[in-house]
Design a protein around this ligand. Structure first.
Ligand code: 6R9
Length: 650
């Protein structure tokens, strides 16, 4: 039924931008025209207009050695200076950069002048700890201003940050520390989540104990005041160290291609890959899209992106895009429903938020709670809504526009990835007629196509594979330490075209609809998880003989992790407390990887469906997990298996 309604909606609804919105919009049709006329010239112009270069570039793109692109590569800039000092020098020092709202209700406004001062001190503090150009710094912090200060301070001195989401386990943190050979971890005693303190420092201590030993120092921000172990000589309190540091710090220029950060993301194998981003190209596209897709008027707008800095959305649309553009934004530490289910809307009212950027999973959970909750607050300051992380179903799009947006403001659905660094597909508000459920069109200067499996462009409205056909400024520059995997994962399938791993189709108007991942990557609440990574975690448990994981569709989270596990004979012999075994394995995954990876269900079974060549047929398990009729089983080695598994799962 929902499918039918969604389908009907997608066929009939179109929303033309209101004349008032269009009249004041930052972006106009001419952006498309100039990008079409001269794509590289267009990006060069954006880079010059949006950023300040200490040494101007003369070359726009070097694509002589694909897939290794270089953008603006004879230019030099300092990313932190672009986000801070230059705004202060332009007389905007008193503008609020961050309205910080802690979960317990503490709040703090930080102006551009204050943020610049803090970042300079932090940069001196890092240099004092022996961090220099090219060194890797792991950041494992809650959503507090120090997370942003840390990232910018690392960038300022030309070091490379690797932010690890605070919900990840010590194992996950340790493997990221090792892969990047990080010298320093920046963490906090704890953070606030769901009304409680979650300690971070003990996890860091555990991770360092498990890791190969590259960490020399640990900086600890005091946030929650809970007791922490301090290792003499290794651990330092942020507030002590920063107080001693000088507030003078010159921003040295770095090459545009200098790596800015590594961010680990799930791929099709068990090992997360460290996606590497550059400085000049990344910042250009982050700033360009932030300004034009969100129609930013930095003098008047209050912008709020609800993502954590542990994800790419937090990197590009909490830190780099908004700050490069001199925006005023809200940063909120906690969960949407603490201490009450209207917390987000209370924040919108309190700060008069005008631009809100969030994920469909959040919108769907608010839908479930009902419109009476947002209706208790004055949301009339909102004038633009954005969505990211997974396809937004038309029903949720409409609800978002009507209940949160009051019925007439634009909703932009933005498609992009950790690897693309910035938004690639989205409507431009004020220009594009909006269509609920479709991410719509490539942003100016980006070239997208949909191909069949053999690499020919799809004609008509059939589904195919999404590719980017030309290099773009914020594209990933590689996978840390693994150029082969970089080539194999993204560039081998279609030559010099970037294979995104998503399915897509174009409708009769040429608008793009995303159809979900075509590989073994799941999308749970907008977070990427790999089936292989969770399977290897399950198999690492002493009770497990074999495991298969699928992403099953879930009303709220988009997809949910569902696991099928065969226990070892020794374990199975211990009796049949299946519920306890399944609970133990769920917990195990949460401890090994992080709570976001905890399977919704673990089914204990005796067999897994396999082809004659021994490949697990996840498609059939997905049918089962989603309660559907089981599909074609003829290629199974033993066709009766699914019958048996279905019985066991019941
Ligand atoms: C920014 C981000 C990337 C994957 C991507 C796709 C899915 C993201 C989407 C979307 C449909 C959208 N995705 N935005 N699917 N419509 N607007 O989420 O990066 O965490 O790397 O995930 O998320 O499947 O391939 P990341």
């Amino acid at each position: 039924m929902t499918v039918q309604i969604d389908h009907a909606l997608e066929e009939i609804r179109r929303f033309r931008p209101s004349p008032e919105f269009a009249a004041q919009a930052v972006a106009g049709e001419e952006l498309y025209e100039s990008a079409r006329a001269d794509r590289l010239g267009f990006w060069a112009e954006q880079a010059r207009e949006l950023l300040t270069w200490q040494k101007p570039f003369t070359r726009t793109l070097d694509w002589s050695n694909p897939p290794f692109a270089k953008w603006f590569d004879d230019g030099e800039l300092n990313v932190a200076e672009n986000c801070l000092d230059r705004h202060v020098e332009a007389g905007l020092g008193d503008r609020v950069a961050i309205h910080f709202e802690g979960e317990p209700g503490d709040s703090r406004d930080i102006t551009y002048a204050e943020l610049t001062d803090e970042v300079k001190r932090a940069a001196n503090m890092l240099e004092g700890l022996g961090i220099g150009e090219g060194d890797r710094v792991a950041i494992y912090l809650p959503m507090i201003p120090e997370a942003i200060v840390s990232m910018l301070a690392v960038a300022r001195i030309g070091a490379i940050h690797s932010v690890v989401f605070g919900g990840f386990s010590s194992d996950s943190l340790a493997s990221r520390i090792d892969d990047a050979e990080a010298k320093l971890v920046i963490t906090a005693d704890g953070g606030y989540r769901k009304g409680r303190v979650f300690p971070l420092k003990p996890t860091v201590d555990e991770a360092i104990a498990k890791s190969a030993g590259s960490i020399e120092n640990v900086l600890v921000v005091r946030r929650t005041g809970n007791e922490v172990d301090v290792v003499d000589g290794r651990d330092h309190w942020w507030h002590d160290t920063v107080a001693e540091a000088s507030g003078e710090h010159a921003a040295k220029p770095f090459n545009a291609e200098h790596p800015l950060f590594i961010l680990y993301t799930s791929g099709t194998t068990g090992k997360p890959k460290g996606v590497v981003h550059s400085s000049g190209g990344y910042l250009t596209q982050a700033a360009f899209t932030h300004k034009n897709v969100f129609d930013l008027h930095p003098e008047t707008d209050v912008y709020w992106c609800t993502a954590d800095v542990g994800w790419i959305t937090g990197h590009s649309y909490v830190v780099y895009g908004p700050l490069a553009n001199g925006a005023t934004q809200v940063v909120y530490e906690g969960t949407p429903d603490t201490p009450h289910p209207g917390r987000w809307w209370e924040i919108v009212e309190k700060y008069q938020v005008s631009i809100l950027y969030t994920a469909p999973t959040a919108i769907r959970s608010f839908m479930k709670l009902g419109r009476q909750i947002p209706h208790q607050f004055n949301l009339r300051s909102l004038r633009l809504l954005g969505s990211v992380g997974e396809p937004i179903n038309p029903e949720a799009w409409i609800w978002y526009r009507h209940v949160i947006g009051g019925g007439s403001i634009p909703v932009v659905d933005t498609w992009w990835q950790t690897e693309t660094g910035a938004i690639m597909i989205s409507a431009l508000p004020g220009v594009t007629d909006l269509k609920p459920g479709s991410a719509q069109v490539a942003v100016p200067g980006v070239s997208i196509d949909i191909l069949t499996d053999d690499g020919t462009p799809v004609e008509g409205e059939e589904g195919g594979l999404l590719v980017v056909t030309e290099p773009w400024p914020s594209m990933l520059r590689g996978i840390w330490g693994d150029p082969e995997r970089f080539k194999e994962t993204y560039w081998e399938k279609f030559g010099d075209r970037y294979f995104a791993g998503d399915g897509a189709r174009r409708d009769e108007d040429g608008d793009i609809w995303l159809l979900g991942r075509v590989d073994d990557v799941m999308n749970v609440s907008g977070h990427r998880l790999s089936t292989a990574e969770i399977e290897s975690s399950l198999v690492a448990h002493p009770w497990t003989a074999e495991a298969a994981v699928v992403g099953a569709s879930d009303e709220t989270t988009g997809q949910a992790v569902v696991a099928f596990v065969i226990l070892k004979a020794s374990q199975a012999a211990h009796g049949d407390d299946v519920a306890a075994a399944s609970e133990e394995l769920r917990k195990h995954v949460a401890t090994q990887i992080g709570a976001i990876a905890r399977p919704r269900q673990v089914f204990i079974v005796n067999e897994l469906p396999k082809t004659r060549s021994g490949k697990i047929m996840r498609r059939l398990l997905r049918d089962l997990a989603e309660g559907r009729q089981i599909g074609d089983t003829t290629t199974l080695a033993d066709t009766s298996i699914m019958q048996i598994i279905s019985e066991q799962v019941k």
